[in-house]
Write a protein that binds this ligand. Structure first.
Ligand SMILES: [Mg+2]
Length: 172
């Protein structure tokens, strides 16, 4: 049960992901959460920095797709200039739209990664399918009570992730 909540990797931001390394490890498709992973909520379209990052992922030979729990207006506008597979109101941690994204990218769980800022939606959805699950820190912390509670509940899992990582380091 616990394993569904522990990411495989945890970075400050998407820009810390070593694209060459995940390519080397066999990843051919990357499912991206949008809000607070790629851009903050109020940013309607990709920033230049995000566009460049997406380009570098594509240049590495890794397909991109967007699976968001946000509505169609937001997701379609964000994806308008790019035209990747993009799913709105995806209901993560449901697996359904992750499967649809893999079909669109022609990848499978074994060669697909997901990146997102929330353990209980992005990471759990990915773990349920056996994807490589990358957690990033939210770009801008949402200060509603609901979100603060969610972050508080995430803390023990991040702690476990850090303990595991340190243990791995010591073994090396
Ligand atoms: Mg998010």
């Amino acid at each position: 049960m616990l394993r569904y909540f522990i990411p495989d990797a945890f970075y400050d931001s998407i820009y810390d992901i070593d694209i060459a390394e995940i390519k080397r490890s066999g990843i051919r498709g990357l499912i991206c959460d949008i809000d607070n992973t790629l851009v903050p909520y109020e940013q309607a379209e990709p920033t230049g920095q995000v566009s460049n990052w997406i380009k570098s992922v594509r240049d590495a030979g890794i397909e991109i797709s967007f699976v968001s729990n946000n509505g169609a207006n937001r997701v379609d506008l964000f994806n308008r200039s790019m035209g990747f597979f993009a799913s709105s109101s995806s209901g993560k941690p449901s697996r359904r739209q992750l499967r649809a994204a893999m079909t669109a990218m022609k990848t499978e769980p074994g060669n697909t990664a997901i990146v997102g800022d929330q353990i209980f939606t992005d990471i759990v959805a990915g773990k349920r399918l056996g994807l490589h699950c990358i957690l990033v820190k939210p770009i801008k912390e949402n200060m509603t009570v609901f979100f603060m509670l969610k972050r508080l509940l995430e803390k023990p899992f991040i702690l476990i992730y850090n303990i595991k990582k340190n243990r791995k380091k010591e073994q090396r």
